[in-house]
Each structure stands twice: as structure tokens, then as C-alpha cells.
Ligand binder design. Structure first.
Ligand SMILES: [Fe+2]
Length: 293
């Protein structure tokens, strides 16, 4: 698309950037009925800002799935911590919740902290996008933070960029971000033995062409081909750059919020919240592209 056409499309959006290095709110749209031009504008804004927030939406599950499909085919949700799929008849839908019904959690991740991660990067072809819709939220706590991994990569010292240019990292498939062991996995604390998928540490985004640092999650990560101690030291060094980066935007949820993130160039984490309060969010994921070996 040429620049004037792109600018004209984006002019139709009421967009407020967070000012934090990623994240923008789109104001005044009803996602159940946006036309193709408005969707294209939203998609361009999403590639530019990495994470979009759209408030005051009234999406039921079918409408959330239908809107998500505008980004591409959807992945099936991972199996819940109890071994069940979440919602009968809607296998695309994953429930993030601490709420218990009949002694069983209705969703995953509990009420604790969820550590920095990229969704499902322990599979060969991770989802390119996640859409998370808030149904019930506590008055305080449970905020979700996002970090811009293009910016983290750009800010690395040149020597470190050169060192990681052709390295691959194993993204662990043992634990989810809440620290729960995934279904069917026997936990191992040796990163070399743990199940997972190998991905290049430097990922070139197929739509923007920009390079991002691709870490996935810290626990059980392993840089292929290195001695374990060397892998740990290099990973610690890279994660220090994430922790010290200023490129973080934190979202405080309200019911009716939809947040859409680019799972290829961001990571996210969640704060803990009071276990006595209720938090229910529904998530879909859009299939990604196969990554270069
Ligand atoms: Fe996540």
C-alpha cells in the first residue's frame, strides 16, 4: 500500500497511543459491525502499535470468534489445567479465570502472577495474535503488562546482536505462565531435556520486516548447542535487557475491554490479584506462519 492510501485509512481511526513505546486505544468502534476499510485501518494500527485496546465492547463468544477470524484462521485453545477443554462447542475459546464452580476452576492461570511470556511459543508454529476479552474483572490487581521486543532488540549492544544473530533458543513446553505443569508433561528442571520448540533468537516479523528479540519465557529456556552454564549466562544477560527496558505498557482491565496483541514481537505478564475476587476473560488465538529454520 502506498503512503497516502495508508494515511487516509489511518485518518479514519480515533487512536490514542499509550506513549509507553507500544499500545494504543481505538475509540468509538463497535467491533461487531466494522466494515472492511475500518478493519484494514485497525490492522495497520495494530502492526504499528503492537497492542490495541478497544473498550466498551459487548461481544458474546460467537462474536469474539467471528471478529478474531478477521485476522486469520484460529488455533484451537490449549487444554485446561484440569484436562478439559473449556467451552463445549467452541474449541477456539480459552478461559482465563480464577473462578471455581462445583469445586473445579472454570479457566486457567488462577489468581497468581503470570510471568513474562509469549503465548504458546513452545509449539513449532506459535499463534501470531491473541485477543483477550474481559467479562468480569476485580476492582484492583490482575493488570497485564506488555513489552515491545522490537525495541528491546534495537537497544541491544551491537556485540550482543552479533553474538545472537544465528542462535536458536528452546521455548519450554513444561510450564504455563502461571507456573502450572501442562497436560501430559512430566516436568524436568534440566532445560536441555525439557520439551519445547526451537526458534531463532532474532525473529524477523513477516509483515513489518522488523527484527525482534524472541525469548518466549525464561524458565527452562535453553540456547541450542551451548554448554548449559553458557546458555544460562547469555539468557540472563538478554533478560536483564528486558527487565531494564522502558518499553512496557500496563493495562488495567475493565469489563468490555478487548486487547489484541501481536504475539510475534511482544511478551506479556500479569500481576496477581485477590483470590476472593472474580476475574473472567475469554481468549482466542490466530494461527501464525511457519518460521524460518
Ligand atoms: Fe499469555
Amino acid at each position: 500500500m502506498d503512503i497516502p492510501a495508508r494515511d487516509a485509512l489511518l485518518d479514519g481511526l480515533d487512536l490514542r497511543a499509550s506513549g509507553k513505546g507500544l499500545g494504543a486505544e481505538i475509540i468509538g468502534v463497535d467491533l461487531r459491525r466494522i466494515d472492511d476499510a475500518a478493519f484494514e485501518a485497525l490492522h495497520l494500527a495494530w502492526l504499528d502499535h503492537l497492542v490495541l485496546l478497544v473498550r466498551n465492547q459487548t461481544l458474546n463468544d460467537a462474536e469474539l470468534i467471528a471478529f478474531s477470524r478477521r485476522f486469520g484462521d484460529l488455533d484451537l485453545a490449549p487444554i485446561q489445567e484440569t484436562g478439559r477443554r473449556f467451552v463445549e462447542g467452541l474449541p477456539e475459546l480459552y478461559v482465563v479465570s480464577n473462578v471455581m464452580e462445583k469445586g473445579e476452576p472454570i479457566g486457567s492461570l488462577g489468581h497468581g502472577e503470570a510471568v513474562w511470556h509469549t503465548d504458546m511459543s513452545y509449539v513449532e508454529v506459535p499463534p501470531k495474535a491473541s485477543l483477550l476479552f474481559a467479562l468480569e474483572t476485580p476492582a484492583a490487581g490482575g493488570n497485564t503488562s506488555f513489552v515491545n521486543m522490537y525495541a528491546v532488540y534495537d537497544a541491544l549492544p551491537d556485540m550482543l546482536k552479533r553474538r545472537i544473530a544465528s542462535l536458536r533458543v528452546k521455548h519450554d513446553g513444561t510450564y504455563n505462565s502461571g507456573g502450572f505443569v501442562r497436560q501430559g508433561v512430566t516436568p524436568s528442571e534440566d532445560p536441555r531435556e525439557a520439551p519445547g520448540a526451537l526458534h531463532p533468537l532474532v525473529y524477523t516479523h513477516p509483515e513489518t520486516g522488523r527484527a525482534a528479540l524472541y525469548l518466549g519465557r525464561r524458565r527452562n529456556a535453553y540456547i541450542d548447542g551451548l554448554e548449559l552454564a553458557e546458555s544460562e549466562a547469555l539468557l540472563n544477560q538478554l533478560w536483564d535487557h528486558v527487565d531494564q527496558s522502558g518499553f512496557v505498557w500496563t493495562h488495567a482491565w475493565r469489563p468490555g475491554d478487548l486487547v489484541i496483541w501481536d504475539n510475534r514481537c511482544t511478551m506479556h505478564r500479569r500481576d496477581a490479584f485477590d483470590a476472593a475476587t472474580r476475574r473472567i476473560l475469554h481468549r482466542t488465538q490466530v494461527k501464525g506462519e511457519r518460521r524460518p529454520a
